[in-house]
Design a protein around this ligand. Sequence first.
Ligand code: NAP
Length: 273
Amino acid sequence: MGKTFAVIGDPINHSLSPNIHSAAFRELNLDCSYIAYRIPKGELEEGIESLKKIKIDGFNVTIPHKIEMMKYLDKIDESCSLIGAVNTVVNNDGILKGYNTDMEGFLEPIKKKKINIADSNVLLLGAGGAARAIVAGFAKEKAKSITIANRTIEKANDLVEFAQKISLNANSITIEQVKDTAKNYNIIVNATSIGLQNESSLISLDGINDKTVVYDIVYMPLNTDFLKKAKEKNAIVIFGYEMLLGQAIRAFEIWHSMEAPYNAMKKALLGGF
Ligand code: NAP
């Protein structure tokens, strides 16, 4: 019998996940379908019950349910307990197991470019939901140092506390107010929502060079001002869509226990822009 998957969240209409996963099913001739299912904030419990009724095989979870979804899991993978949020669920006869593929999704393009994280001083702009998976990733890979710069300093403090709690901080973690310079860092990541509305980059990229990695997790638009400025400096650029693709590939592999068709999924994702 065919399998059914979904992405839940609100808003959900513009999610690219149905395109990405459907392309993989076509590529591998899998008898599966993937739907976008809007569940408003406050209606998660009922939403999950309805997914169980239709015997959904698995689903992705996005804003605003990533943290609340933890309450409804029967089993929690380490990736999920580490970050305290869930983005991928497997339904095994009504038993829900949660995973978080954001951290590996974030790291994947950095590793693909063979960048040595352990030798890197990292500047992370932002301390929201996505920044948690990123900090966990850099801590896991033992980055030399992580500097968190955020508009609201309390949120940066919470993130440092989180890093200490997960006991992965064999590296040094410091906090700065949003920096206006990016010099002295090997990897600079924008994990704020600045760029979504075509805003100018939060910081100047003066002083970076062709060995600096500049990673914007904002994926819509594809070419943010931050990345345009990085390209002008010939920096190594990583696009937000690469993280999105990375997390989808991990989710696919969890659900189907087989290698994901990377090229077909990438093509479908980029076709959505
Ligand atoms: P979030 O929890 O709402 O956090 C937003 C972050 O942006 C906070 O650090 C916030 O600072 C900062 N910010 C917002 N407006 C700002 C401004 N005017 N000036 C300075 N800082 C500002 O959002 P999130 O879930 O972490 O997501 C952040 C972005 O990443 C979104 O654009 C999202 O689409 C993208 N994202 C991409 C992927 C991917 O796969 N590529 C995955 C997840 C998220 P304060 O703390 O001061 O408010």
